[in-house]
Design a protein around this ligand. Structure first.
Ligand code: HEM
Length: 415
């Protein structure tokens, strides 16, 4: 056990509270709680969410790979509840085999490495343009909010191009996506916040309904037009299915990559030696990104539901139980990753990370988000002489599901 490991073990032993994903303080730093779960209660009933939390790597792996017992069908309803913008049909992420696979095949092509690599130059141009905009707004040296001035605009611009959505409205998309995902916390919100979430949920739906009608009348070379024309076993997707798919891709493509870029800067601030090394050797950026994804993953957990009475780690789970699959905990499982609580971009893992899931729903956007993040960091290292968060304290998004800085005030100087 190294120093950081033993520090976490001691912290885990002394925690005054028990793990509650809705607790504000725990949301800020869930990692000692995950360590305690892995050690003492690897499958634990969580009263606040009426779900079993699964904390160890092997159990997480079992749940994700066995869709016949651990179904995804209730994922979206559990996450978004009555705030699902398209409650009439499930998105692919909330479907089980075999129907899930048919739908996945439809969009899979667009996310293959060859297709994604063709977008690389566009991502470089978008990153450069955003930095030019920032310089125009605040000057070549100063302070800005890195999340709202860069990381949140960049992936939304990229995914807008993929979908064929006008990117002028990208700031609105970010608010919609944030609000819809905030529905995961609905149990803890009052009427005012719930009304905002309702408004964004309705707005994103209305936006894609209008776009569907436009693209049906005037098809283009974009993904929405392709989805409208695509066929599964000779049957076309309905209007509502296309809209649901577009919203899933927007939600999947925006928040995650934004947070990965935010978390990358947070980890760099904590480790100036890593920052200096990457500036000198940008070829190491991909392995740095991998370690950020392991250490502080942007998707902390996902939901499943049991299709029958079953048992995991000796705990009985009745049919229909909700399960919180703690990906972020699995990534720190000390039986799989040596010095698991330490950040080490040189680590050689013998097991795959859980950050993008496993099994049939393995993230469709993995290559896209890795390529986008690598491009952005390369440009950032080239264009900025200094880029550093002003504080060590991070204001994390208020979520047990998504992890990234809500704001990140930075001091910068362009080269
Ligand atoms: C850092 C970036 C990302 C992370 C960490 C991430 C994480 C995940 C995870 C954990 C899942 C599995 C969900 C499950 O098993 O229930 C998933 C699925 C998915 N992701 Fe991502 N994602 C990222 C970026 C993206 C991007 C850029 C897109 C697309 C534009 C995307 C689209 C999807 C889709 C469509 C699914 C559902 C796949 C299916 O149901 O078969 N993701 N993602």
């Amino acid at each position: 056990m190294n120093h950081q490991d033993s520090q976490y073990a001691a912290q885990a032993a002394n925690l005054a509270k028990t793990y509650d994903p809705l607790d504000l303080e725990i949301k800020q730093d869930p990692y000692p709680y995950y360590a305690k779960l892995r050690r003492d209660e690897p499958v634990k009933w969580i009263e606040g969410l009426q779900a079993f939390a699964v904390a160890r790597y092997d159990d997480v792996d079992t749940v994700l790979k066995d869709a016949s017992i651990f179904s995804s069908a209730q994922f979206w309803p559990a996450l978004l509840g009555e705030f699902d913008p398209v409650p009439e049909v499930p998105p692919m992420i909330s479907m089980d085999p075999p129907n899930h696979m048919q739908l996945r095949k439809l969009v899979n092509r667009a996310f293959l490495p060859t297709q994604v690599n063709a977008l690389t130059q566009r991502t470089v141009d978008i990153a450069n343009q955003l930095i030019d905009d920032l310089a125009e707004k605040y000057g070549s040296e100063g302070e800005c909010d890195w999340v709202w001035d860069f990381t949140s605009l960049y992936p939304v611009t990229v995914i807008s191009e993929v979908l064929g959505v006008p990117s002028e409205r990208r700031a609105e998309f970010k608010v919609w996506v944030d609000d819809v995902l905030a529905a995961a916390n609905r149990a803890a919100y009052g009427p005012e916040r719930l009304a905002e979430i309702r408004k964004s949920s309705d707005a994103v739906r209305a936006f894609f309904e209008e776009l569907y009608d436009q693209r049906t009348a005037n098809p283009g070379n974009d993904m929405i037009s392709q989805l409208i024309q695509a066929e599964v076993d000779g049957v076309r997707l309905t209007r509502i299915e296309v809209i649901q798919m577009a919203i899933l891709l927007l939600i999947g493509g925006v928040e995650t990559t934004t947070n990965l870029l935010g978390n990358s800067l947070v980890e760099l601030k904590r480790r100036p030696e890593v920052y200096a090394r990457l500036r000198k050797e940008p070829a190491l950026i991909p392995q740095f990104i991998d370690e950020v994804l392991r250490f502080n993953p942007v998707v902390q957990m996902i939901f499943r539901h049991t299709t029958c009475n079953t048992e995991l780690a000796g705990v009985h789970m009745p049919k229909g139980s909700a399960i919180m699959v703690l990906l972020a905990s699995a990534n720190r499982d000390e039986t799989k990753f040596s010095d698991s609580e330490s950040f080490d971009m040189d680590r050689k893992s013998s097991v795959p990370l859980m950050s993008f899931g496993q099994g049939p729903h393995f993230c469709l956007g993995k290559y896209l988000s890795l390529m986008e993040t690598r491009s952005a960091l390369e440009i950032v290292f080239k264009r900025f002489e200094t880029l550093e968060p002003v504080s060590d304290k991070v204001e994390w998004i208020d979520s047990y599901f998504a992890r990234g800085p809500h704001h990140l005030r930075v001091r910068y100087k362009l080269s």
